[in-house]
Design a protein around this ligand. Sequence first.
Ligand code: GLU
Length: 447
Amino acid sequence: MASTKAKKQKLSKKHEAQAAPKVPQALAPETGAALFEDARSRLEAVFGALNIHPDAQARLMQPSLSLQVSVPIRMDDGSLKAFPAWRIQYDTSLGPAKGGVRFHPNVNQHEVTTLSFWMAVKCAVVGLPYGGGKGGVQVDAKALSSLERERLARGYIRAIADVMGPDRDIPAPDVNTDAQVMGWMIDEYEHIVRAQAPAAITGKPLALGGSPGRVEATGRGALKVLDLWAEREERTPEETTIAVQGFGKAAYHFARLASQRGYKVVAVSDTSGAIYSADGLNIDSAKKDKNKHGKLADSKLGKTLSGDKLLSLDVDILVLAALENQIHSENVDNVKAGVILEIANGPLTSSADEALSKRDIPVLPDVLANTGGVIVSYFEWLQNRSGEKWLEEEVNKRLDSLLDQEASRVLTRAEKDKVTYRQAAYRQGIERIAEAIMARGNCQNCR
Ligand code: GLU
């Protein structure tokens, strides 16, 4: 009896200790707010330059739906934790909302809103019949066990199921989520709707209707955009050096495919630091080392550098493939690269973007350079809806030809309008969204 009491006391003590769990450190609210203000100022600049109808302007200044939820999950130690999470649909004039779900401790409402806005712009830039959406859970996913991650993925879908679906809002992978997470999510969704609904989520495992080529698609698309730019500049891969910030899915496949193509990838980094070799790195060996040690900095393949040092390397192309706000007013003057290629979403603050443009350093922007992922998500959705299965060569061919057409249009427009590539991409995207908004009629309340 006494021992049961003692046990109970111990248990309730344990629960007391857990009553105030350490809340993951979110971005300071003003940091997140600044991100969205930045995005809106880019939007206003486009309104100023083009003849966008005031009705469309009004619609585009804020998201059309913001859902904040709490996702409670049972941890492996028996305790319960509730994670704040969001799904945001920025605009759905062109089609269902489309965009990934990230698991990250810094996720907050402003960040997810900004990311959903960028999704709306990028889908329109490459002419997909989609609006923009994004989701996020504020969690340190690396600290979760696999079963905890599965419960979190399923709990998230239960919380947002009412606003998603193949014709409403279609989640996909993003930072710290992958095909396996999408597999758990689609299974949960199909249990809720009691039907097969593979087109409700993209980036799924192949066995559940995922598309061949989806995992590599973001890196492949970024390389295609770089190739199109290099061709215009009459520059060959062999004479071009590249440093890559990041070594996640998009960064790794980009670096691998770029070195196969003949570019000299001299540096890559992860959160532990960077490795550098002037003669070019063997990307497959770097990946093996990363898998073995967990950290790139422990690899002996090249000289070890700090992550900051990588950003200031004297290379032809600096590829930013980690997170947002990596180059800002404090470190932009250290950049020595000739060109920036953005694979991450929003890796430059708008002040850094302006500073680079003053120094005539071209930026191939996120809303064009990282569209490969969502383009192949679109191909996955098409296959799921028609019941077709395409071969990887077919997927890659379609990705290349779509980017040939749409990315070339952006590069040409930048020359013609004498604006940066980012401004040209925003003009192409916002024009298309505004046209759809206006085509839907402008009598919002006449029903
Ligand atoms: N998360 C990726 C992005 O930011 C892909 C989104 C998708 O496939 O829907 O573009």
